[in-house]
Design a protein around this ligand. Structure first.
Ligand code: BTN
Length: 305
């Protein structure tokens, strides 16, 4: 995290190369104030004024920090979450240079995408975190439906798929102190106004973008506004413990249920299984080849057919 903050400050000429000695003299509070100020400076096409115009939310996105370039919005969000920001604060960057994907992968984030992180301060325990991720997937899918995408699907746990290709990924991270969750950082990356050729060759086959699917460029600010509204609605359901309603919306759009997958759990347990559905805590329920049932709580599921 320190690397992120130093990188940002250096890039914006707030620090010279003699970083170490300067950092020692800066109070953490001043650091966060500088990071916050930078997030209010002008950017080229993601504009707070555009997003806020007619934004119909009570608290999500009321406080926006927008950057030209950061390593990862999730890292900035984590840093700010520990430095006095409101519930629902959103961090956006036009470009990320070292964004984080799931399972330690790098997330490609060139100019033209929507890269954002939302800081939530919910009163929940760890077992409920997967439901926040699933709820976010539903909010993205509904947003895409609103802008004309015909059948966005959700691949467990939270890849958004259009015509068998990934268009969006979600990375939820918790900031905890003594096992109590202080904040949840919900990171969302949508491949919006991009061409598939902008991605590394090995990703191109499995990737699509909104520009490709809708055959037109869209407005990123409008997309963000719609998403923040959908997100607040579904997080409201989450806060009211209406978990079954969230899961119902998820199941309606599931890409995984009914498919044969290779389950890759952490610590390298791989096996093939048939996806039966999703349990009430957000785990994927699968039937192994020997007929036994398993709940997959974390990991990857590679679709086989
Ligand atoms: C995945 O691997 O599918 C998750 C990708 C999550 C990417 C988003 S982009 C905004 C936020 N900042 C990050 O560093 N990662 C998330």
């Amino acid at each position: 995290m320190q690397k992120e903050i130093v990188n940002l400050l250096k890039k914006e000429n707030k620090l010279s190369d003699d970083t170490i000695s300067e950092i020692k003299d800066i109070d953490l509070n001043d650091f966060s104030n500088i990071v916050k100020e930078l997030g209010k400076e002008d950017t080229s096409y993601i504009k707070a004024s555009e997003i806020s115009k007619d934004l119909d939310t009570e608290y999500i996105g009321k406080n926006l920090y927008i950057y030209n370039e950061v390593l990862s919005t999730n890292t900035i969000a984590k840093f700010l979450s520990m430095n006095d920001v409101e519930n629902g604060t959103v961090i956006i960057s036009e470009k990320q240079t070292q964004a984080k994907g799931r399972s330690g992968k790098v997330w490609e984030s060139p100019l033209g995408g929507v890269w954002l992180s939302i800081i939530l301060k919910p009163n929940v325990d760890h077992s409920k975190l997967p439901l926040i991720t699933l709820a976010t997937g539903v909010a993205v899918a509904k947003t895409l439906e609103e802008i004309g995408v015909e059948n966005p699907e959700i691949k467990w746990p939270n890849d958004i798929i259009i015509n068998d290709k990934k268009v969006c990924g979600i990375l939820t991270e918790a900031v905890a102190k003594f096992n109590t969750i202080e904040s949840v950082i919900v990171g969302v990356g949508i491949d919006a106004n991009l061409d598939v050729e902008q991605f590394p060759e090995e990703l191109q086959e499995g990737t699509t973008t909104l520009k490709v699917e809708l055959k037109r460029e869209g407005n990123e600010n409008h997309l963000i506004k719609l998403f923040l509204e959908e997100f607040e609605k579904i997080i409201g359901q989450f806060n009211n413990e209406e978990y079954e309603d969230i899961l119902k919306e998820w199941r309606k759009r599931s890409y995984s249920i009914g498919k044969i997958v290779e389950v890759r759990e952490p610590f390298n347990t791989y096996y093939d299984a048939y996806v039966l559905g999703i349990g009430k805590e957000g785990a994927l329920v699968v039937e192994k080849i020997d007929g036994t049932l398993e709940k997959v709580i974390s990991g990857e599921c590679i679709i086989k057919k």
